[in-house]
Design a protein around this ligand. Sequence first.
Ligand code: HEC
Length: 200
Amino acid sequence: MNQSEKDENKLEVLPDEKHLLLDHNYDGIQELNHPLPSWWNFIFYTCVIFSICYFIYYQIMGGPTLREDFNKEYDKVLAQQAEFKKQNSAFKPDLYAVVANEDGHKKGEEVFVNNCLPCHAEKGKGDIGPNLTDEYWVVAKSTPETIYNVVFNGSEANGMPPWADVLTSEEIYLAVSYVSSLKNTHQKGGKAPQGEKIEE
Ligand code: HEC
């Protein structure tokens, strides 16, 4: 090793670091005991203080458990869902107005044929379900709004299924439009009247 290489490898302790030099020497290797940087200390002590507060809050003061937190959030979701369903289930005259016409009746007939025919028979003359072509109503009260409520929510105890989760909102309004067009058409061979007579 020549002299210049030796100088390059030689580590020097700067004059203002002398007080940091630890008094041991491992085969010529010496250590400086630098103080920790202030940002490091700041993070360290913040974590210590945080963990003490965390422990006191959750272990001693009875802060909520993960399960309790979850249930609280979940209740909120359920409440929102219920609210959404409630709003969605309400009859909306403006949506009905869009389909309350010839075109709506025709499209509604398709929905009716595909879903309602087995119980209400062709042209709604009635079979398992009541005749929809007379002035007598069992659960609905002849108006589009009451027909909508029966179709949307069903009348399950008496065998009319709810359609809210089966048909789209548009299909329900179309079916209501079609059913409304059937009343007082008195189809031949229709089922005997049931329920209350409602004259309009
Ligand atoms: C599984 C048989 C069944 C199917 C399918 C069915 N309904 Fe009904 N529906 C009934 C029965 C039964 C009633 C009578 C309910 C009662 O008495 O509470 C009824 C009642 C109704 C009423 C009220 C009638 C009244 O007199 O108050 C309307 C409107 C109606 N259904 C429309 C529909 C429409 C629209 C569809 C298709 C989307 C449909 N139903 C599908 C069985 C059915």
